[in-house]
Ligand binder design. Structure first.
Ligand code: ATP
Ligand code: MEV
Ligand code: MG
Length: 387
């Protein structure tokens, strides 16, 4: 039996970075997914292995299960129904197992994803031999929540293989977990995110788990129902960055200027609340949709200004902003900033010619543009007979 899970990436419409400091943020899932498949293997006398294949990177890591057991059995577990944080001592042991794999220097940023995998795998399933395969449609380290989608997809597939969740394996196609399973899965994914991000707010794993559109504040989620079509152009500057370092940079700035930064975070919270209200307010005709879109554009620009204040914009992001402004379009960075992706609102009545022109100009700068579907399902699992 093979268990597959998929988890979507996300865009943050308002409130990234500030959400780590308790502000409200608004996020939505996008229809780009990370997929994880797990095949539990029958135990053999002495050749049991746990293998992780990162298909898109053409990388595979493999550990003898006995080696993992020898190293980590002191941690206890498995404990699938009780998400726990990885202690410093466990972290050291897991890092040693990751280091043994000699990840090429050029791909060393993947080490944190592999670390999260080993922690989630051993915590949820213990020491079973298996082959785990990862593929993703998301660009990594670009602000579209690749780390959260990875942790959510791992947790979903692992929980589906564990005895702690009740799922009907005979059902066909993609299945959604029940409410209590989703809560458990989200908690485990958050533990994985902590290993990749350092201090995540939990918004990325939450929107990837539940899908649709959410308002999020201090660990609490409110589902949002949009009353208007929302079309966003996503421009990937292709400037690599790392969420952990950017979040740490904002925390340091906050220590240096606590009053000023807290005022910035409060302003962001008001922008996010207003944005959520605008998105949900009934839109009766084209005119009111246009009025709502204009409000969203202004709020996006205000949020971008505050992100600049936090020190997470970047020359490449500024180039996207200037380019889209030439066409009177409003943009803001999405995710941690420092490069990565930028969102541009495409108004419902905007002509196709303008959209083509702005995309052509952005692509001539070396950026990559895409228009993703917004607000689809969250994590899903699927069972198939293994070949
Ligand atoms: N498909 C994947 N395979 C292996 N590792 C992955 C994968 N997706 C994400 N990761 C891990 O997550 C890291 C990127 O996470 P990071 O939080 O920096 O960016 P992001 O999640 O794409 O953007 P943001 O957090 O701003 O939304 C990678 O360096 C890698 O360690
Ligand atoms: C930068 C940040 O706010 C969003 C990253 O997508 C980090 C987080 O909330 O965990
Ligand atoms: Mg991330």
């Amino acid at each position: 039996m093979e268990v597959k899970a998929r988890a979507p990436g996300k865009i943050i419409l308002s409130g990234e970075q500030a959400v780590v400091h308790g502000s409200t943020a608004v996020a939505a899932s996008i229809d780009l997914y990370t997929y994880v498949s797990i095949k539990i293997l029958p135990s053999t006398e002495n050749d049991d292995r746990l293998t992780l294949q990162l298909k898109d990177m053409a990388l595979a890591f493999s550990w003898p299960v006995g080696r993992i057991k020898e190293s980590l059995s002191s941690l206890g577990g498995p404990f699938p129904s009780t998400p726990t944080s990885c202690s410093t001592a466990s972290m050291k042991l897991i890092l040693a197992l990751v280091e043994e794999q000699n990840i090429p220097e050029a791909k060393i940023s993947l080490a944190s994803g592999v670390t999260a995998f080993l922690w989630l795998y051993t915590s949820i399933l213990g020491f079973k031999p298996a082959t785990v395969v990862v593929t993703s449609e998301l660009p990594l380290g670009s602000g579209l929540g690749s780390s959260a989608a990875l942790c959510v997809a791992f947790s979903a597939a692992l929980l589906a293989c564990s005895d702690s969740v009740n799922v009907d394996m005979k059902q066909q196609g993609w299945l959604i977990f029940g409410e209590s399973e989703l809560e458990l899965l989200n908690k485990w994914a958050f533990e994985g995110e902590k290993l990749i991000h350092g201090k995540p707010s939990g918004i990325d794993n939450t929107v990837s788990t539940y899908g649709n559109m959410i308002k999020f504040r201090s660990g609490n989620l409110t589902h949002i129902k949009s009353s208007m079509p929302l079309k966003m152009l996503i421009t990937n500057t292709k400037v690599g960055r790392n969420t952990k370092a950017l979040v740490a940079g904002v925390a340091e700035r906050t220590l240096r200027h606590p009053d000023a930064m807290n005022s910035v975070f409060n302003a962001v919270a008001s922008i996010s609340e207003e944005m959520a209200n605008v998105i949900q307010a009934p839109a009766l005709d084209d005119l009111s949709i246009t009025a709502k879109e204009e409000k969203l554009e202004e709020l996006m620009e205000m949020n971008q200004g505050l992100l600049q204040c936090m020190g997470v914009s970047h020359a490449s992001i500024e180039t996207v902003l200037q380019t889209t402004l030439k066409y009177k379009l409003a943009s803001k960075l999405t995710g941690a900033g420092g490069g990565g992706c930028v969102l541009t609102l495409l108004q419902t009545l905007l002509s196709g010619t303008i959209v083509h022109k702005v995309i052509a100009e952005l692509e001539s700068c070396g950026f990559q543009c895409l228009i993703a579907g917004i607000g689809g399902n969250g994590a899903e699992i699927c069972f198939s007979a293994s070949s």
